[in-house]
Design a protein around this ligand. Structure first.
Ligand code: FAD
Length: 347
């Protein structure tokens, strides 16, 4: 698709920044003139815009077309009955790696697949979400170059992590086989890059692993408003969080506290404009839906299937079938419909 020459102000500045920007940072990383920086979860114009139009071309909120990106990714658009997107296989999977099992969020599928991909030379780095040194609930984009790096990023931080910034770092280092892990909006942005003429970035992106996502949260809202304010929890006492119907907070003393997801909604990130629950454009999508210690895994592309089968063949993952009458399948359908409906009828 040729790039239309328009300025940041005319496109993203006017139409996206005021209320639609999700803060994925894709516009920031691709600006060829370094005119944009990422600050407070949003792009900011810091140089004279040359109106090259590249930023608008990759923004998942500006000219996003699921149909066009499905054709790019799968060679076709979905059929109406493909409610959670095009896929090859739906299974539950769990890591066999004891170390990963100790630190992962659900079944450790994401970390295990990345470890396998790095060790077998399929990737030379991965753009992930790491943890801030002084604030363990705060995500921080991280370019993982070793298995140790990958394992250190396991687990979910529920506030927004612009992993694209780590992807850019990898491209700048000359990495040619990068993986990107991200929420559905970040996978949309990754496909927007591949749909654009930005070959330097498109060619370096070899694998996308998407995370199921109802919504992400604003970090300050999550920590100060929800944890401290509504739940009376000191964030330093938190071992981890998960979404299982409710938002669950695991404490370091072994206790578990729950709050209905509805009550957490006022701290949500700018997610109401996303109709994709299960990262429908990823090579592989993973979530914890209705499963305990296992990941519901949607293998979508041929590339994703080769990776997944390779990890299973090496004994790195154990798998079990998921049938259409089981809860995880029903939840996947229900939450996919809910999120699409929310997009069609924003609050
Ligand atoms: C904001 C958010 C909301 C989610 N909501 C749901 C939900 O409603 N239902 C559901 O079933 N699953 C949800 N998930 C996915 C779920 O929490 C797990 O990430 C998924 O099940 C994979 O588990 P795992 O054990 O295979 O991953 P792990 O092996 O533990 O690996 C997790 C990977 O996630 C990456 N990561 C962590 N935090 C972030 C972040 N904030 N942004 C981007 N990447 C990150 C890390 O880099 C790591 O590579 C959500 C994830 C996020 C980030």
């Amino acid at each position: 698709m040729p790039i239309k020459k328009v300025s940041f102000e005319e496109t993203l500045g006017r139409h996206i920044l005021p209320s639609k920007c999700v803060g994925c940072a894709t516009c920031v990383i691709v600006c060829p003139f370094g005119c944009l920086e990422y600050a407070d979860g949003r792009p900011r114009l810091v140089g004279e815009c040359k109106a090259c139009g590249v930023c608008a071309q990759v923004c998942p909120r500006y000219s996003f077309s699921m149909e066009a990106l499905e054709k790019l990714t799968f060679g076709r658009e979905r059929n109406p009955d493909e409610e959670f997107g095009i896929y090859r296989r739906l299974i539950a999977a769990q890591t066999t790696d004891v170390e990963i099992g100790r630190v992962c969020q659900d079944g450790g599928v994401v970390t295990t697949l990345l470890k396998y991909a790095l060790e077998s030379g399929l990737i030379d780095g991965a753009a992930l979400s790491g943890i801030s040194e002084d604030e363990p609930l705060k995500p921080k984009p991280k370019l993982a170059l070793t298995v140790g790096d990958i394992i250190s990023c396991a687990g979910t931080r529920y506030s927004y992590s612009p992993n694209m910034l780590a992807f850019k770092e990898g491209v700048k280092m000359g990495k040619k086989h990068l993986a990107l892990v991200g929420t559905p909006c970040q996978i949309h942005a990754a496909r927007m890059i591949q749909h654009s003429p930005l070959k330097r970035y498109a060619n370096a992106l070899k694998l996308t692993i998407g995370l199921f996502c109802t919504e992400s949260f604003d970090y300050k809202g999550l920590v100060n408003g929800l944890l401290r304010g509504e739940m009376g929890i000191n964030p330093e006492d938190v071992e981890g969080m998960n979404i299982k119907g409710d938002l669950m907070v695991r404490l370091k003393d072994g206790g578990v506290r729950r709050i209905p997801l509805e009550k957490a909604k006022k701290y949500a990130w700018n997610c109401s404009l996303c109709g994709d629950f299960s990262a429908e454009l990823a090579d592989i999508s993973v979530g914890g839906l209705g499963l305990n210690g296992w990941s519901l895994t949607v293998v979508r592309t041929e590339k994703g299937e080769e990776l997944f089968d390779g990890a299973v063949a090496e004994g790195l993952l154990r798998v079990r079938a998921i049938n259409e009458d089981e809860l995880p399948y029903k939840l996947l359908i229900r939450l996919s419909r809910l999120k699409r409906r929310r997009l069609a009828n924003p609050e």
